[in-house]
Design a protein around this ligand. Structure first.
Ligand SMILES: Nc1ncnc2c1ncn2[C@@H]1O[C@H](COP(=O)(O)OP(=O)(O)O)[C@@H](O)[C@H]1O
Ligand SMILES: Cc1ncc(COP(=O)(O)O)c(N)n1
Length: 277
């Protein structure tokens, strides 16, 4: 009986808010809703943001972060979680401590560093704290090309270098590594992501590159979809296919909102569709 109570898949995002609704916690919750899991959130930062950029931000005090995590741990049965914007080294540390204290299931680390509009969402010195404290806790880490370069500390240009970088990141203690291809603009035809799994198998997943600047929140959408699938008990290899297909449909079926880097269409991925990519 008690097992039935609280058994619906529940997912947690620990990240920053986007008042413009396209990225951060807002994108995460929309994605989770569309993927039929119950989304919860620990607010680490608040941003005043729209599709034109980030106008202001505020970091949440440690006590309030701890209180939010305790509230969730007391009542919910969180089956997977993800991190997004964490702001600075201190906040990376607070989040890592809470993730060690409570069992929130498999952890997807989206090492968000810079917004599409150019705003800094993670201070430079915090990258080392992510490497030291967060990556060893992660089930999967999902850097874009720029973030992957910052983590390994050198250039990544060719496909072989992407593969080598994923291996380097895995050796930092993460089981599964995804290097996202949105910023690999050498190919105008496709956007290919590289996946290196815990069992050492790997995979490139490619989809047609959409010629648009309406890509605000693509990374959040991919990582929260992945967390949603993992919360349902879907295995990692199927979960990444669904996440890639979900984000592709959300970019492809554009909606006209805002004047800059527009948001995605989070309900585009059809209910009847299974991962096709
Ligand atoms: N223009 C695009 N067309 C198709 N897929 C894209 C495009 N831009 C990004 N993607 C996809 O969106 C996902 C997020 O990638 P990326 O934009 O690199 O992450 P981030 O938002 O963290 O910078 C990846 O699966 C990537 O391949
Ligand atoms: C609160 C928050 N979290 C994450 C992003 C990254 O999204 P993007 O790189 O698409 O701007 C963002 N802009 N704001």
């Amino acid at each position: 009986m008690t097992e039935q109570i609280n058994s619906f898949p529940q997912v947690l995002t620990l990240a920053g808010t986007d008042s413009g609704g396209g990225a951060g916690i807002m994108a995460d919750l929309k994605t989770m809703q569309a993927r039929h899991v119950f989304g919860t959130a620990v607010v680490v930062a608040v941003t005043a943001q729209n599709t034109l950029g980030v106008q202001d931000s505020l970091m949440i005090p440690q006590e309030m972060i701890d209180a939010q995590c305790a509230s969730l741990a007391d009542d919910f049965n969180i089956k997977a979680c993800k991190t997004g914007m964490l702001g600075d080294a201190k906040h990376v540390h607070y989040i890592a401590k809470n993730l060690q204290k409570y069992d929130f299931g498999p952890l997807v680390v989206d090492p968000v560093m810079v917004a599409k509009g150019g705003a800094t969402l993670l201070t430079d010195d915090a990258i080392q704290t992510v490497i030291d404290e967060l990556l060893p806790l992660a089930t999967v880490v999902t850097p874009n090309l720029v973030e992957a370069k910052r983590i390994v500390g050198h250039e990544i240009k060719t496909a072989d270098e992407v593969k080598a970088a994923a291996k380097e990141i895995q050796q930092l203690g993460v089981k599964n590594v995804i290097i996202k291809g949105g910023h690999m603009t050498a190919s105008k035809q496709e956007s290919a992501d590289y996946f290196l799994f815990a069992d050492q198998t790997d995979l490139w997943l490619s989809a047609p590159r959409i010629n648009t600047n309406r890509t605000h929140g693509t990374g959040d959408t991919l990582s929260s979809c992945l967390a949603a699938e993992l919360a349902k008990g879907i295995d990692m290899k199927q979960a990444v296919r669904t996440a890639k297909a979900y984000v592709q449909a959300a970019i492809e079926n554009t909606i006209q909102v805002g004047h800059g880097h527009g948001p995605l269409n989070h309900w585009a991925y059809g209910e009847e569709e299974n991962a096709k990519i």
